[in-house]
Design a protein around this ligand. Structure first.
Ligand code: ZN
Length: 112
């Protein structure tokens, strides 16, 4: 479990996006090192895997977002919190910091 169940990321069903992003980033980094450390280094494949890792990082920043107001929670976390704190900060979010959306469509109130 990447985020606590009460976290807005879990409640809105988006923790898989973060998990998939991290998995692809590690796969990209692993491929990069594997390409550069072998007997026959393959710089082109290494650069490609690095690019995939970077694109996935940026994609996950913009894909984990509020379903109501579109606030990008992961981007807010990495851009407003210091380096060791952004992940716990994101895990502690129980509602959208911008609009108060709680992640549960059944109890959802329309925006004023
Ligand atoms: Zn919101």
């Amino acid at each position: 479990m990447l985020f606590p169940p009460e976290s807005i990321v879990s409640k809105s069903g988006q923790s898989w996006k973060f998990g998939a992003g991290v998995a692809v980033q590690f796969a990209g980094l692993g491929t990069f090192y594997w390409c550069m450390s072998g007997d026959e280094p393959s710089p082109l494949l290494a650069l490609g895997s690095l690019a995939v890792g970077l694109v996935t990082t940026f994609a996950s920043w913009f894909c984990v977002k509020c379903e109501r107001c579109g606030a990008r929670w992961l981007w807010m976390a990495v851009s407003t919190q210091s380096t060791p704190d952004w992940l716990p900060w994101l895990g502690r979010l129980t509602e959208c910091p911008k609009c108060g959306y709680g992640g549960d469509p059944t109890t959802e109130q329309p925006p004023p």
